[in-house]
Design a binder for this molecule. Structure first.
Ligand SMILES: [Zn+2]
Length: 419
């Protein structure tokens, strides 16, 4: 019997439902902001499962948690499987969690069935993938992969002014006093990284496909934009004397959108946060601030738009000056072709018509791909809805997807042993 066939689908689904209760919202969905109490409880749950299985647990300086099953050659670099446990403020139950629980299901199968392998296998839950509380996201994985220094991450603050570093200190203290997990100060270079995730798009559902391989992730640029006007009385200031920061931002956004429209329909341009100050009904806004999330699979297109955005920000907009700062840049990535092939074979075993997709959302895998062979699998979510309590996956699809993951894991482990 293969590893995939031995995997206990009922247990996998039960684990997923239990995890989804940590930080659950009524009547559905969940809220587990990075490093909040629920997010920390989710970590402890994972460690608890590892302990019960007889696997060792580790945590590192970013609060990433790892469960390890030793191989007969413990010096070999581990095969790493996982995703994240943190969520958006009003989220569904599967984004991230599915990938961690799927990794746990594979680990469970290896351990409970006493399957022998040379290479160690680790399951990881990365800290703050979402970036909802501390932006930008993927803190744990970008640090692990050497893409971002700890200093910059620790100094980011949430909307209440709480430093990431202080929230992390609480989390690490909790992990320190938890029995059965050991601090591991330094990252390592894994043999490979695999991540199963919900698609958060419409392709798989429209094709009626339960699982597929992902061949890469499009790039993402984040910007913080400020438009500077002059606060004044809403009733007495004539049109000619107004320097209304909201109107300036409105005009600038129109120009940004027009620049985006000159490219193909793969560009994604989103203004997800917008505030005006001082924020009074009868005062002309002094300042308008907004964020931009810009995505495309091609670095060349991202670079062109980046230059266009900076140029536009130098103009005056309704009499207001503007400033545009890059908050983060993550280049597009193509996953390792050989590993994508293995994952694709796993998916096609269950669904011969499975396509290969490029991910529209970023994932921890984008950072891992810079240091080790990496690939992902997607399973559909209903109507593509995600980052919302209505996020929904079908149990059948998820079970097939976790078996496809197990099949890929088995192939990676066997490949190592046959060399
Ligand atoms: Zn996610």
């Amino acid at each position: 019997m293969t590893l995939a066939e031995r995997l206990d689908g009922d247990r996998f689904w039960a684990d997923l439902l239990v995890q989804a209760q940590i930080g659950a919202l009524e009547p559905r969905g969940l809220r587990r902001l990075a490093l909040d109490d629920n997010d920390n409880r989710a970590r402890l749950w994972l460690i608890e499962q590892g302990k019960a299985l007889g696997c060792r647990a580790f945590h590192d300086a970013m609060g990433n948690v790892y469960l390890r099953r030793e191989g007969s050659a413990p010096n070999l670099a581990p095969l790493l499987i996982g995703s994240h446990l943190d969520s958006q403020p009003s989220a569904g139950s599967y984004d991230g969690t599915l990938g961690v629980v799927a990794g746990l299901a594979v680990l469970r199968t290896l351990q409970e069935r006493g399957i022998e392998h040379e290479r160690p296998v680790e399951v990881v839950a990365w800290t703050n993938e979402e970036g909802a509380r501390f932006a930008p996201g993927a803190s744990g994985s970008s640090w692990f992969a050497g893409q971002r220094g700890a200093e910059a991450i620790l100094e980011t603050r949430d909307d209440d002014g709480i430093r990431f570093g202080d929230a992390l200190k609480r989390c690490l203290a909790l992990l320190e006093e938890t029995e059965g997990t050991t601090f591991r100060p330094e990252p390592y270079v894994p043999h490979a990284f695999l991540e199963l995730h919900i698609e958060q798009g419409l392709a798989l559902e429209s094709l009626g496909v339960p699982v597929c391989a992902v061949s890469g992730i499009q790039g993402v640029n984040w910007y913080d934009v400020e438009v500077h006007g002059q606060a004044n009385h809403a009733g007495t200031t004539p049109e000619t004397a107004r320097r209304d920061a909201f109107m300036g931002a409105h005009a600038l956004i129109g120009a940004l959108k027009a620049a985006v429209a000159q490219h193909d329909d793969q560009v994604r341009f989103t203004i997800g946060k917008f505030t005006v100050a001082p924020g009074s009904t009868n005062t002309i806004p002094q300042r308008a601030s907004f964020t931009i999330d810009l995505r495309h699979p091609s670095q060349a297109v991202l670079d062109e738009l980046d230059a266009a955005f900076h140029e536009l920000a130098e103009h005056q907009w309704s009499g207001c000056g503007a400033s545009l700062k890059v908050a983060s840049r993550v280049a597009p990535v193509d996953f390792d072709p050989a590993l994508v092939e293995i994952v694709d074979n796993g998916a096609k075993h269950y669904c011969p018509s499975a396509p290969r997709l490029v991910s529209g959302a970023f994932h921890d895998a984008i950072h891992l791909a810079r240091v080790c062979p990496t690939a992902m699998l997607f399973t559909p979510c209903r109507e593509g809805i995600s980052h919302h309590p209505d996020e929904h996956i079908e149990r059948n699809d998820a079970e097939i997807a976790v078996r496809a993951l197990a099949s890929a894991v088995e192939n990676v482990l066997l490949k190592g042993e046959r060399k």
